[in-house]
Design a protein around this ligand. Sequence first.
Ligand SMILES: [Mg+2]
Length: 274
Amino acid sequence: MLCTPETIGKQLLRAERLWMFLDYDGTLAEFAPTPDHIHPDPKIITLLTDLAHHPRIRIAVISGRRLRHVRSLVPVPGVWLAGTYGVELQTPDGQQISRLEYDTIRPTLETVKPRWELLIAHRQGFFLEDKGWSLALHARFAGDEEADTVLAQARRTAADGAQTDAFRILGGHKFLEIGPALAHKGHTVEYLLDRFRWPGAVALYLGDDDKDEEAFAVIQAHGGIAVLVAKEARETAADCRLDSPQAACQWLTTLLRHYGPPEMTEETGQRHRE
Ligand SMILES: [Mg+2]
């Protein structure tokens, strides 16, 4: 079912407060050609700034990218930022939280990394991204068959190199990643909702892929609403769908408008954002 502001608007508008969890790539922005393409989008920055200034709205941007990339893409004060699926967090006032010891993660990745490098050496269309807390193997520019074969082999290599449940291997379309088990958007949403409670808030999540699906169930278990951003309808736990990042941004803009202007403060008659 496609989302309209009216579809779920009643539930959201009745909420005293709204906590939005937003994926970035494929949800707010079209996919970049490679993860190292970091071009902040002024329209998205304006939208997130307007949302973050509303006193009844709290924003968390939650991405598989490393935190410093998320920070470059979303240089917006007052927003929660979650990098590496939430292993590394930045609070709205700019403090960083690492939910794991980096040194407990790296040795395993250092074991897997040269094996993956060897696997893709002399092959076209593959590249390895060292994200610090995780390693990702991209096959976006490789042929389908070769991508399947190489990623299957890489998965076996990773499973072999990380024989503890402290790690997880994430698959995706022409994509494989090994990282901490805690690199999980569902766990991250749970962590934020539990540790940083905001009484009366309804949770809303917008995301486009299987890593976001892991958060949808958590959001719904907390009485919130999950929105899938995808061109085509597909099997999903989400409550409704928006068909593109542009549609998602437009929908959020409309939602903000429905939510009303920030209240005037009693003392000054000024809006909170001023
Ligand atoms: Mg995404």
